[in-house]
Design a binder for this molecule. Structure first.
Ligand code: HEM
Length: 167
């Protein structure tokens, strides 16, 4: 079924309505300090009638060569807050002891975000900034994540392609 915008969605969310629903797919991970890996990912974007944020959740798994799940990897939860001037604010929390405030731009199915602030618990790994791109390409959600962490300059950690799912 083609995606339909819910009747009770607050109009402020129309610029990000294309994200609504559940997305499933896989991607590649890398960083100079770790081994390359394949990961599976499930993402969901929800809404609350009358409210002007999207409820966001991502879960991921390490995949083997056959694409089977080996073990859980990263998760993140947060809220996406589109603004009337076409910018986007995002707050994210990670179980690794990191919280982020993101700021970015929305452009017709493309989103670019940069961290505005990062805070870490005493035991979290060293991570100082991030850059994310999201884009709707032929109905799929593509996204990439660059980070500056572990003493390394900003560079790619993740890239994934997700498909919309009803399940
Ligand atoms: C889909 C999301 C993600 C996946 C699948 C993923 C996967 C991984 C994997 C497999 C490792 C190697 C160590 C391990 O097995 O845990 C790793 C390390 C790391 N990741 Fe991620 N990650 C994700 C998101 C993130 C995010 C959002 C951040 C920062 C906020 C982050 C920061 C790091 C850091 C700092 C390391 C440590 C590298 C080191 O120990 O040298 N990752 N990640």
């Amino acid at each position: 079924m083609p995606f339909e915008i819910p009747d009770d969605l607050d109009p402020a969310l129309l610029p990000v309505a294309f994200l609504l629903g559940r997305w499933v797919g896989a991607g590649l991970g890398q960083y100079p300090t770790i081994k390359d890996f394949r990961f599976g990912q499930e993402v969901s974007f929800g809404y609350v009638p009358g409210k002007t944020f999207l409820d966001y959740e991502s879960r991921s798994w390490l995949l083997d060569e056959q694409g089977e799940k080996i073990r859980p990897l990263a998760r993140e939860h947060g809220y996406w807050r589109p603004q009337p001037d076409g910018t986007l604010e995002v707050v994210l929390a990670h179980p690794t002891g990191i919280v982020e405030i993101w700021h970015g731009e929305l452009d017709n199915g493309k989103i670019e975000l940069r961290t505005d602030a990062v805070a870490r618990t005493a035991t979290a790994k060293e991570y100082s900034s991030g850059h994310r791109l999201y884009g709707l390409v032929k109905g799929d959600l593509l996204w990439t994540f660059d980070m500056a962490a572990m003493g390394q300059p900003l560079q790619n950690h993740l890239a994934a392609q997700l498909k919309r799912t009803d399940g």
